[in-house]
Unconditional design. Structure first.
Length: 401
């Protein structure tokens, strides 16, 4: 069998095919694309241009940089609160601000002084040093006792137990301590209005108040050199100055009970004559006498005669008293108590009686104007004599009431 050969088909190429066939192939495109994919940091621009035209193709990738600008890693001061940080104010972190340079919140006691919030910070909770546990500088009046302070009651009152200078209130500090001091003039002068013991100056305190008192002997006696009103005793002041005056009726009349020179107008007897003759004494036998063994003042006193059991010894005087007055005398007894008595009578009427062992004591009795008989008697019972078995009378004086 014979085969017929086919004639060859003519090759027809279209323009598109030709164009494609003529386009050069860049073997590096694929590698460049891989390189672009691998670059994730920053921005990469790729400009691809074909032979047939110009095409600008840009790929842009924007990422936020969260690394420490110094080390390249996150940290305190980057403005972001990281684990382990309490705060982060970035460049505003500081040891005197609310967020410290270590990214920790500031607090009282951290040893760092936060400006505008703390006055001090000594990193302890001790209240009696220079910086309190509240981070406030110590000062008088803060209620905390600091070195150099004796007290601190958190007020500026100077009249309580702690002064505004934080010192204990004491007499002489110049502040009157209420309920404890009457005054306080800040000095130790006892002659001004306020004494050294912080009491108001008064008559009888024992201190002479300059310009106010003549004297002050610390008592209210009117018969010593300084009378109870703190003036010096003088004749005519109405007070009998013992040892100096016999009487004082506060006038200058010569013919009354007391002369103008404060001597008795024959209406008294101190027995200093050594006899019973200054006044017209009458004494029955055995008679009274004077003695130097016992006396109230001066050298002599009157004493009873020595008498036996059941006996009586008496002395008396009759006087014309020009005006109503007071009879004064001093007496002493050394006798059997409740049995042997010294008795005093006016016009036969007993006024007083004493027995036993008694030291000198003053007796006073009113007396009317006119003639009166004054009598002193020592009377004994029927048995027993005790001690001196004697009684004594001294410094008899009749004065104005």
């Amino acid at each position: 069998m014979a085969f017929r050969a086919r004639s060859p088909r003519p090759l027809v190429l279209s323009l598109a095919t030709l164009s494609f066939a003529c386009t050069p192939v860049d073997s590096g495109d694929e590698a460049a694309d891989e390189t672009t994919k691998g670059d994730e940091v920053g921005t990469t621009d790729t400009d691809t241009t074909s032979d047939t035209g110009s095409t600008d193709t840009t790929e842009s990738t924007d990422t936020t940089d969260t690394t420490d600008t110094t080390t390249g890693e996150p940290g305190c001061g980057d403005g972001i609160v990281q684990p382990g940080e309490e705060c982060d104010n970035g460049m505003n972190n500081a040891d005197d601000s609310e967020c410290t340079s270590e990214c920790m919140n500031a607090y009282c006691g951290d040893g760092l002084v936060e400006i505008g919030v703390e006055q001090c910070d000594d990193a302890n909770s001790i209240d009696n040093d220079e910086c309190s546990s509240q981070c406030v500088l110590a000062s008088c009046g803060d209620g905390l006792i600091q070195p150099g302070e004796q007290c601190d009651d958190a007020n500026a009152i100077d009249t309580d137990f702690c002064t505004s200078l934080c010192q204990n209130a004491v007499c002489g500090d110049g502040f009157m301590h209420t309920n404890f001091e009457q005054c306080d003039d800040g000095n130790g002068d006892d002659t001004d209005d306020c004494t050294a013991i912080c009491a108001d100056a008064v008559c009888g305190d024992g201190y002479v108040h300059a310009g106010v008192e003549d004297c002050d002997d610390g008592n209210s006696d009117n018969d010593d050199e300084c009378v109870g009103s703190c003036v010096l005793a003088v004749c005519g002041d109405g007070y009998v100055h013992i040892g100096t005056e016999q009487c004082d009726d506060a006038n200058a009349v010569e013919d009354d009970l007391c002369k103008a020179d404060c001597t008795a107008n024959a209406y008294g007897d101190d027995f200093e004559t050594g006899t019973l003759s200054f006044l017209p004494w009458v004494s029955n036998a055995p008679a009274w006498m004077t003695t130097t063994l016992q006396k109230h003042a001066g050298t002599y006193a009157a004493v009873n005669a020595d008498i036996g059991d059941g006996g009586t010894s008496t002395m008396e005087v009759t006087l014309l008293i020009p005006a109503a007055g007071v009879v004064h005398f001093w007496h002493r007894e050394s006798s059997e108590g409740s049995f042997d008595y010294l008795r005093y009578y006016v016009d036969g009427v007993q006024q007083g009686s004493w027995s036993g062992q008694n030291n000198w004591a003053e007796a006073t009795y009113p007396i009317a104007a006119g003639q009166h008989t004054l009598r002193f008697s020592y009377t004994k019972d029927g048995s027993v004599s005790t001690a001196e078995d004697s009684v004594y009378v001294d410094d008899l004086l009749i004065t104005p009431p």
